[in-house]
Design a protein around this ligand. Structure first.
Ligand code: MN
Length: 267
């Protein structure tokens, strides 16, 4: 069992080390992660510049690889041949903040697992629902233990092709975690606010700031499971097609008149 571990917080993040150590209990681990923080970086393919990889040491003295690309670049690098040995599973995290609902499109943690699916591998993203404005060191121990159990269960059952898992874990001791729930994506409530400021040369600049997002804790969703103290596991697929809309819109009259109609047809 050869497991690739990556993240979006950068190779020095404590959540990565916690996940790598948990995965070493299951099999051989290779770490290839970004050399800096890519949180919120989304699904990236770096094509306009070369990518470089260097060997680094994690806080426990183990060897890891750091690349100057995005999390998804790291996964592509590993799976397209940088790692000579076949990879059986890609895991990403542990992200210090949860990735719920629409977050999955922003999340470097989740898009790393999406990249694994693109190359025909299984991918699992792990995120921790740590308290807002937490000061000091986060305890990734319980989440790493949950990650180990989740991976073991996945390996016993094998993921369907084309499916990645988005796992969100409550923050706190194992004894307080209620269990595991399979969920669907819930609804995030983003509270972003545009902050316009002026630089020392009198030119305006912008920050997208505001309060952290909340969510609607509907039963059956990722937001709902976390709010009740459960680990949330959401199976995701990259086919974003809106099938009800597709079927409905196929009945629309798409012919665009004589001038354009020669070239525009709907299947
Ligand atoms: Mn992150």
């Amino acid at each position: 069992m050869h497991i690739l571990v990556t993240n979006d917080d950068g190779v020095a993040a404590p959540g990565l080390l916690a996940l790598a150590r948990a995965m070493r209990q299951i099999g051989q681990v290779s770490v290839l992660a970004p050399d800096r923080n890519w949180s919120g970086g989304g699904h990236v393919k770096t094509i306009d510049r070369p990518l470089r990889i260097k060997e680094v040491m994690l806080a426990d003295g183990s060897v890891a690889m750091a690349a100057d690309g995005a999390p998804s670049d790291c996964v592509a690098l590993a799976l397209l041949g940088f790692l000579p040995e076949k990879v059986d599973l890609v895991v990403s995290g542990i992200n210090p903040m949860p990735n719920l609902g629409h977050d999955v499109t922003y999340s470097g943690t989740v898009t790393a697992a999406m990249e694994a699916v693109i190359w025909g591998h299984s991918g699992i993203a792990f995120s921790l629902d740590s308290p807002e404005n937490h000061l000091g060191v986060l305890d990734y121990g319980p989440a790493a233990e949950i990650a180990r159990r989740v991976v073991e269960i996945v390996l016993m059952n094998s993921l369907p092709a084309g499916i990645l898992l988005n796992v969100n874990i409550p923050y706190g001791p194992l004894s307080e975690i209620q269990g595991i729930r399979m969920t669907r994506q819930g609804l995030r409530v983003y509270r972003d606010r545009l902050d316009q400021r002026v630089d020392p040369r009198g030119r305006p600049y912008f920050w997208i700031g505001g309060e952290a997002p909340t969510g609607i804790p509907e039963p059956g969703t990722d937001v709902g499971a976390l709010s009740e103290g459960y680990v949330s596991i959401t199976p995701l697929q990259l086919d974003l097609t809106a099938y009800p809309a597709l079927h409905r819109m196929k009945t629309w009259q798409w012919e665009m008149g004589e001038k354009l109609g020669e070239h525009v047809t709907a299947a």
